[in-house]
Write a protein that binds this ligand. Structure first.
Ligand code: MN
Length: 202
């Protein structure tokens, strides 16, 4: 059975950008529910449970039997996406990437502020529930993409580098319908040192 990884910081650690009440609800209820539903969906499939959850997504259309695919896409997606999201956030973070990550962003987007503006506009423009991502393609190029619902870039053969959850549950308590304010706050809690570390393998 899969288990919920512990958060590396407290629910109130990302205040005032991400508020404690939203963080607690998001992690303890939403994230936990994706995990519970994933475990329930795979309870009769020990061979699938034995795989890293990321592989259920990268091999969704090959390894996962067709009758289970929709549940695995939604629940393994919700589980893995949130695991990843918490990892790229931290208190006293924000700022700009350095090193290889900065070089790659400058190469593919021109400069950091151009990248940030494009990512923000993409996240703001998502209709309904979904995620904005910075991903690395198979050829090593960086791209900004969106996925609906809990779909994972791993299923498209893409490596996630940075993620932003724009489901209303991620911001509605504090920001109500003001998603652009939530997106601005996100940049204050991005942990670029983690983004750089995970760059080669996602
Ligand atoms: Mn979420």
């Amino acid at each position: 059975m899969y288990t919920l990884p512990a958060l590396a910081y407290g629910f109130d650690a990302l205040e005032p950008y991400f508020d404690a009440a939203t963080m607690e609800l998001h992690y303890s209820k939403h994230h936990q529910t994706y995990l519970d539903k994933l475990n329930e969906a795979l309870k009769d499939n020990p061979e699938l449970q034995a795989l890293p959850a990321q592989r259920l997504l990268s091999e969704l259309n090959t390894t996962v039997p067709e009758p289970l695919r929709l549940k695995v896409k939604n629940f393994a997606g919700g589980f893995v996406n949130h695991n990843f999201f918490w990892e790229i956030l931290a208190p006293q973070a924000g700022g700009e990437p350095t090193g290889e990550m900065a070089t790659a962003i400058n190469q593919d987007f021109g400069d950091f502020l151009t990248f940030k503006a494009q990512f923000s506009a993409t996240a703001a423009g998502i209709f309904g529930s979904g995620w904005a991502w910075l991903v690395k393609t198979a050829t090593g190029k960086l791209q900004i993409i969106t996925t609906p619902n809990q779909d994972s870039p791993l299923t498209q053969g893409l490596t996630p580098l940075l993620a932003l959850d724009v489901w209303e549950h991620a911001y509605y308590l504090k920001y109500q319908n003001r998603r652009p304010e939530f997106i601005s706050a996100f940049w204050q809690v991005v942990n670029w040192s983690t983004v750089e570390l995970t760059c080669p393998n996602g």
